[in-house]
Design a protein around this ligand. Structure first.
Ligand SMILES: *Cc1c(COP(=O)(O)O)cnc(C)c1O
Length: 452
């Protein structure tokens, strides 16, 4: 193993980290993770940290999980990778079958890719092409309806349907036009509205936008129940079902991006189940392999799939694919992870842990710098504010969310904020004593950072 200070030097000299202000990063001496043990990460100096964000929302059962390790090793003894272009592979077939058996009704076809962004990109292209190829279809359907603040990944298509203004500001010239509906959340209510009237307006807007553009719409894209990267924004009950009803009434595909919420994080295997919604296209990634390997999938209905059938020369093929699509090691991990989810009743664990977290975080209800605590299952956002009464934000240069992360690191817990929203995203399989540790550290770190 290379010496720690050399690793640091090479990290600073060569690695360009994602979503990272590199100049500040270099000064901060972030932990260099070299090992893991269950729900802890261990850095090059041997210091242990509780993984409080599921390694960016993907880890499900902890690290070095015996069954998943064994599944990958077993597959490694057979073949690490072979292509799905013109060939097939055992684990990719088995995982497709397992996903279809568990997904909302009607989703019967699995198109693999490698990340959440590609899973969404694939769904957008499928929806677009579907309208052009289905019987009585239309080539005018160019418009995607998306939700304010939405995050669907960082490729150009997925940024286009995203609602994060910062990215639209920088990359706007590269993006295709969309129509946005307001995110149905009420932390900061626009003037002239009450909570109820604003939510009612959001529901009405969804309907108005769909009706107004109905002949031009390719699909409605949304994150069901929780908008993750927007700051763990939890939608009111009924919004997803309403979106499904409206899209169904107007013959429009609904694309559900379950990249963050899928595989148990909200308390059900898929978030759509909670409102009895079956989307036409379902995107999954992050948790699909238990957080081990980059596998993603876009599930589609038979109706959509049928529009791509025909003689090869007709050109109805879906023209998309990535080299490592359906990677056998990743699919083997995915199968082992799904089995463990069920064997260990991880969904019940999520529900029990969600109750513990809700109780523990109620200690922050009257905190002068906590504006709102949002939670669905084991997805939690604690929005920090300079002033509780006015909901005024801290000046961005103070990087308050980041200061909480640094304070938590001192306490042996890894967090990563979204601006001034402190995010807790424990792995669905985390045991309850570690959930208490996570809550202790989060509360103490918020106290420390906001009182400095
Ligand atoms: C993380 C995320 C993505 C992007 O996934 P990547 O694997 O990072 O490309 C897409 N949609 C949602 C809802 C996400 O949370």
């Amino acid at each position: 193993m290379i010496d720690q200070s050399l690793l640091r030097q090479w990290d600073n000299n060569h690695v360009w980290h994602p979503f990272t202000a590199m100049q500040a990063y270099v000064d901060e001496r972030a932990p260099i993770i070299t090992d893991a043990d269950g729900f802890h990460l261990i850095d090059a100096s041997g210091k242990r940290y509780l993984d409080g964000i599921s390694s960016l929302w993907c880890n499900v059962h902890g690290h070095r999980v015996p069954e998943i390790d064994a599944a990958i090793r077993g597959q490694l003894d057979r073949v690490a990778h072979s292509t799905l272009l013109g060939l097939s592979s055992g684990p990719s077939i088995e995982l497709a079958r397992a996903l279809v058996e568990r997904a909302p009704a009607g989703l019967s076809r699995v198109f693999y890719s490698d990340s959440g962004a590609t899973a969404v990109e694939v769904a957008l292209k499928i929806a677009f092409q579907y309208h052009r190829q289905k019987a009585g279809g239309s080539d005018r359907r160019n418009l995607f309806v998306c939700v304010g603040g939405a995050y669907h990944g960082d490729t150009l298509g997925s940024i286009s349907v995203g609602g994060i203004d910062l990215f639209h500001g920088i990359y706007g010239g590269l993006l295709f036009p969309t129509v946005r509906v307001p995110s149905p959340v009420v932390f900061r209510i626009p003037e002239g509205h009450t909570r109820e009237s604003y939510l009612a307006w959001c529901f009405d807007e969804l309907e108005r936008v769909i009706i107004e553009n109905r002949d031009r719409i390719a699909a409605l894209v949304m994150e069901p129940l929780v908008q993750g990267a927007a700051g763990i924004l939890v939608h009111p009950t009924g919004y997803l079902a309403r979106a499904r009803a409206l899209t169904r009434d107007h013959g429009l595909p609904l694309i559900a991006d379950e990249v963050a919420v899928g595989f148990g994080r909200t308390g059900t295997l898929f978030a759509c189940e909670q409102e009895d919604v079956a989307p036409d296209l379902l995107c999954v990634a992050k948790g699909i392999t238990g957080g081990y390997l980059p596998v993603a999938a876009t599930l589609a209905t038979d109706e959509i799939y049928a529009a791509f059938l025909g003689h090869p020369h007709e050109g109805r093929t879906f023209f998309h694919g990535h080299t490592y699509t359906g990677n056998p090691l990743g699919c083997a991990a995915g199968l082992a992870s799904l089995k463990r989810l069920e064997d260990r009743n991880v969904l019940a664990n999520v529900q029990a842990n969600a109750a513990i977290i809700e109780r523990r975080l109620s200690e922050l209800r009257d905190h002068p710098h906590v504006g709102e605590i949002r939670q669905k299952g084991v997805m939690i956002g604690i929005e920090l504010v300079a002033d509780r009464a006015t909901k005024a934000t801290f000046p961005p240069p103070r990087r308050m969310g980041h200061l909480v992360t640094l304070a938590a690191r001192q306490r042996g817990v890894i967090l990563r904020p979204l601006g001034d929203v402190v995010v807790l995203m424990p792995a669905p399989g985390m045991p309850c004593d570690l959930i208490e540790t996570l809550c202790d550290a989060a509360i103490a770190s918020i106290d420390e950072a906001t009182s400095s």
